[in-house]
Design a protein around this ligand. Structure first.
Ligand SMILES: NC(=O)c1ccc[n+]([C@@H]2O[C@H](COP(=O)([O-])OP(=O)(O)OC[C@H]3O[C@@H](n4cnc5c(N)ncnc54)[C@H](OP(=O)(O)O)[C@@H]3O)[C@@H](O)[C@H]2O)c1
Length: 492
C-alpha cells in the first residue's frame, strides 16, 4: 500500500523569495541541514524539467531525484526518487506555495506518496515527515531569516551589498518655485538612514503622474512647498530597513506609492506600509508605469464603478497612463468602452486597448457623439479632465449614472451642486487612490490583482516614455503637451 505524508507551514517571507529558493532543484544543500552535497547531473540547468539531482545526506545515504514538473505561475514543483540507498520506493513529492493574504508570508505545502518494504512503513513515514519536511521548514526559515538566499547563490550575486546605516549620496529633483516645467531642477543630496518602520530604496524607475504637475504648479499647496521633491511612486531595490520592519530585506525588488511626495530622487526612505514586493517578471520601469495608475484603475472599476459585462463606460484621456489601463481592464471585464483622445494616433492605441469607439476632440466636445453611439448615454464616466469638460460630462451621463471625477488636467472642477445631479438621479465621486491602499493588506491585495492581470493578459505593459531624473522638466513638458501615449517614467 502507498504511504502518504503531508505537511504544511507558513514562512515569514513573501512567495517570490521562498519560490526563488525552492524552484532551484539544486539549492537544498544550501538550506536543508540533512543534505551534504548536491549536483545536477550532465551539467543541466537546475530548473529544467527532467534534470536529475544527485546528492548525499549527512548520514552517508545517497539519493538521485528527478524534477518532473515546475510551474512558476502556480508556484508548484513535483519530483521523484530515481534511485536511493534509503528504501523509499516509487517516491513522488509535490511542493506547492501560496501567498498568505497579507502578501508578505507564504503557505508551503509539501506532500508525497511512496511504498516501503513491509514493516518499515511507520519508520519511513516519520523520517520523511520530520527528518525531511519539518526539518526542511525550519531550515529554510532560518536560511531566509539570516539572508542566506541573498549571499553566494547565483541570484544573490547580483543583489545589493548588505547595507551600512549611513547617509547615501543621491540625486533629487526639486520644485524651485511654483510654475511651469522649468522650475524642476536636479541637485545632489543625501538620503539619510531609514527611520523606524522605513525601507530605504535605491530607485531605478519613478512614475510620473499628472498629479505631479498639479503639485508643481502650486495647486495643492499644503502637500508641496518650493524646495520639496515631487513624485508619488517608484520602483527599485531595498538598500536597508529601519527598526521594526519585517518582511523586507536588502536586495529585495520593490515598488511603492504613497500620499506624501518625494519620489523624484535616486534613493528614498519610505514607510514599509507603502511598499510591495515585485514579481520577478515585472521590471522596474513597468512597475513605475503601472503601480499607481493600475491600482487607480482597480479602485475605479471594482469599488466605485462596479463594472461588469455590458457597463457603458466613458474614459477620457483614453490613451494616457491611467486611460489605457482602464480601457483594457474594463473591456476584459466585459464593459463597453468609449474613449476620448486628442489625436488620431492616440485613437488607434485606445482602440487597440479595448475602446469600441474613440472620439477625437481637443476641445472637450464629446456628449453628442456619446449619445449617438449609446442612446441612453454613459452609465459611468471616468473624468480626469476637470472643469473644461464639466457640462459635456453631465450631458453624456445616463440617467442614474455615476460620474467619477478623477483629476483636473484642464483646470480645477468647480463645486458640483446636488440640485444639478438630482436632474438625472446621478451620483458623483471624487476618489483618491491612496485612501484605497491605506493598509498593507489592502495594498497587497490590489497589487496582487494588478500583477495577476498583467500575467494573464488582462493588462498589457503600456507604452513607456523614459526620461532621466535630470530631465524631469522635459518629462513634465511632454505630459502637459498632450502628446504622450501610455506612461511617462523617470530613470535613476
Ligand atoms: N484621484 C486619483 O487618485 C488619481 C490617480 C491617478 C490619476 N489621476 C488623474 O487621472 C488623470 C490621468 O492621469 P495620468 O497621470 O494617467 O495622465 P495622462 O492621462 O497620461 O495625461 C493627461 C492627459 O490628459 C489629457 N488632457 C486633456 N486636457 C489636457 C490639458 N489641458 N492639458 C494636459 N492634458 C490634457 C491629455 O490626453 P488627450 O490629449 O488625449 O485628451 C493628456 O495626455 C489625471 O487627471 C490625474 O490627475 C487621479
Amino acid at each position: 500500500m502507498l504511504q502518504k505524508v503531508v505537511r504544511s507551514t507558513v514562512i515569514d517571507a513573501p512567495i517570490e523569495r521562498v519560490w526563488a529558493v525552492l524552484r532551484d532543484f539544486n539549492s537544498h544543500d544550501q538550506w536543508h541541514a540533512v543534505v551534504d552535497q548536491s549536483r545536477i547531473e550532465r551539467g543541466e540547468r537546475s530548473d529544467r524539467v527532467g534534470c536529475v539531482r544527485s546528492f548525499t545526506l549527512k548520514d552517508g545515504n545517497r539519493i538521485r531525484e528527478q524534477l518532473l514538473t515546475l510551474d512558476d505561475r502556480e508556484y508548484r514543483s513535483t519530483y521523484r526518487i530515481v534511485e536511493a540507498t534509503v528504501p523509499l520506493q516509487r517516491y513522488v513529492a509535490t511542493v506547492t506555495l501560496k501567498p498568505v493574504t497579507d502578501g508578505r508570508r507564504t503557505f508551503w505545502h509539501w506532500e508525497s506518496t511512496f511504498a516501503t518494504p513491509p514493516g518499515m512503513e511507520r519508520e519511513l513515514r516519520d523520517m520523511v515527515a520530520q527528518g525531511v519536511y519539518e526539518a526542511g521548514f525550519a531550515n529554510l526559515r532560518q536560511h531566509l531569516a539570516t539572508g542566506g538566499d541573498l549571499r553566494g547563490t547565483s541570484q544573490g550575486a547580483s543583489r545589493e551589498p548588505m547595507p551600512r546605516a549611513l547617509p547615501v549620496p543621491m540625486r533629487r529633483v526639486v520644485v524651485t518655485r511654483y510654475g511651469e516645467a522649468e522650475v524642476l531642477q536636479a541637485q545632489d543630496g543625501e538620503a539619510p538612514a531609514p527611520g523606524e518602520g522605513e525601507v530605504r530604496i535605491r530607485q531605478r524607475a519613478i512614475g510620473v503622474n499628472y498629479f505631479d504637475v498639479y503639485l508643481r504648479r502650486g495647486w495643492i499647496p499644503p502637500m508641496l512647498v518650493p524646495g520639496d521633491t515631487p513624485g508619488m511612486e517608484a520602483a527599485g531595490t531595498v538598500i536597508d530597513v529601519g527598526a521594526g520592519v519585517h518582511g523586507f530585506l536588502p536586495g529585495d525588488r520593490v515598488a511603492y506609492l504613497g500620499p506624501q511626495p518625494g519620489a523624484y530622487c535616486s534613493v528614498r526612505s519610505v514607510p514599509a506600509a507603502w511598499v510591495v514586493r515585485l514579481p520577478p517578471a515585472v521590471e522596474d520601469a513597468t512597475a513605475a508605469a503601472l503601480l499607481l495608475k493600475g491600482l487607480t484603475a482597480d479602485c475605479l472599476l471594482r469599488d466605485l464603478g462596479h463594472v461588469r459585462a455590458g457597463t457603458r463606460l466613458l474614459v477620457h484621456a483614453a490613451a494616457g497612463g491611467v486611460g489605457l489601463l482602464l480601457c483594457a481592464w474594463a473591456r476584459r471585464l466585459g464593459a463597453r468602452v468609449i474613449g476620448t483622445v486628442s489625436s488620431e494616433e492616440k485613437a488607434r492605441v485606445a482602440r487597440d486597448h479595448g475602446c469600441e469607439q474613440v472620439i477625437v476632440t481637443r476641445d472637450y466636445r464629446f456628449a453628442d457623439a456619446v449619445r449617438r453611439h449609446w442612446d441612453g448615454g454613459a452609465e459611468l464616466i471616468v473624468d480626469g479632465l476637470g472643469e473644461a469638460a464639466r457640462d459635456e460630462n453631465f450631458a453624456a451621463l445616463a440617467r442614474c449614472g455615476h460620474w467619477i471625477s478623477l483629476g483636473q488636467a484642464s483646470g480645477g472642477l468647480q463645486p458640483i451642486s446636488p440640485d444639478w445631479l438630482v436632474q438625472k438621479s446621478a451620483t458623483f465621486s471624487r476618489p483618491v487612490v491612496f485612501d484605497y491602499v491605506a493598509t498593507p493588506a489592502a495594498l497587497a491585495e490590489r497589487a496582487q490583482r494588478l500583477w495577476a492581470a498583467l500575467a494573464d493578459g488582462s493588462l498589457r505593459t503600456p507604452p513607456i516614455e523614459r526620461w532621466s531624473l535630470d530631465a524631469a522638466a522635459r518629462a513634465h513638458e511632454r505630459l502637459e503637451s498632450r502628446t504622450t501615449v501610455g506612461a511617462v517614467v523617470l530613470t535613476a
